[in-house]
Design a protein around this ligand. Structure first.
Ligand SMILES: [Fe+2]
Length: 266
């Protein structure tokens, strides 16, 4: 299956600029490109920080921009979001029994898990016993089928100074649960850090982030106060199939220089 990942769209009411970038323009360009090139996708996931301040006008704008998307949509909330305002704007979006924006989806290539790490008033994420009940049930239901996890906050140390104290505050509980899943974990797909990153956790689980659709950082692992920057909107194409999970970054608005020759091999 083909999944499109966007992350950290940070929408504001129309006309507002966030850290030097117009998030509405960025998202409109990305969605336009996705519709033109990936009408055959099965699912779009936005891995959190949908809106910069979680205001109703921004969620209404998000809804309007996403309206033409013809395939299934799952939205995660991040630290910049507000759960009540999100749920008011997207009342049909699945939530768990306690109102967290969590759900799962069964596919031919395993169970997809969409987790909610947002906690009002915090920049880092939380994943306590109340949310873990959903995860435990979803993992038990998956049995020996692999899962692929979508989450805003990375549930491991991402090794970037700015995020040292604002990761997922769960003492490793989530990774322990995932590591113990009988069916294995295909991948953890996350956001929050606004730059592309890929790695393998100590327990062998592979993970990667997308680049923020809106503002992103000039990559600096040590500086706790790195610079924001703009750039062409990006999104990722995730292929989940018999090969496992493969992720590709796509950048919109690029200028072509010359066409590559066809390579017939060997
Ligand atoms: Fe963000």
């Amino acid at each position: 299956m083909k999944i499109i990942q966007l992350t950290d769209t940070h929408l504001m009411p129309p006309g507002a600029v966030v850290n030097g970038v117009d998030p509405e323009r960025q998202l409109r360009l990305a969605v336009e490109d996705i519709l033109a090139r990936h009408g055959d996708a099965d699912l779009m996931v936005i891995t959190g920080d949908l809106c910069n301040h979680g205001d109703p006008e921004a969620y209404a704008l998000l809804r309007e921009i996403l309206a033409p998307v013809p395939f299934e949509l799952r939205l995660l909330i991040g630290n910049h979001d507000r759960r009540p305002e999100f749920r008011d704007a997207f009342p049909e979006h699945p939530v768990d029994g306690q109102g967290f924006v969590q759900s799962f989806m069964d596919t031919d290539h395993g169970r997809l898990l969409f987790l909610d790490t947002h906690e009002a008033g915090m920049i880092g994420g939380l994943y306590g016993a109340d949310r873990m009940a959903f995860l435990d049930e979803a993992l038990a239901g998956a049995g020996d089928v692999p899962v692929t996890v979508f989450i805003h906050h990375p549930p491991f140390d991402c090794g970037i100074g700015h995020f040292d104290k604002i990761g997922l505050h769960d003492d490793g509980a989530l990774m322990q649960r995932l590591g113990a899943h009988a069916g294995g974990v295909r991948h953890i797909v996350f956001g929050h850090i606004h730059i592309p990153m890929a790695g393998t956790a100590a327990n062998g689980i592979a993970y990667s982030s997308g680049q923020a659709t809106g503002h992103r950082f000039i990559t600096d692992l040590a500086d706790p106060c790195p610079w924001w920057t703009g750039g062409n909107p990006t999104y990722r194409i995730l292929l989940l199939d018999g090969h496992g999970l493969r992720a590709y970054t796509a950048e919109t608005s690029q200028l072509a220089t010359s066409r590559a020759a066809r390579c017939e091999g060997p």
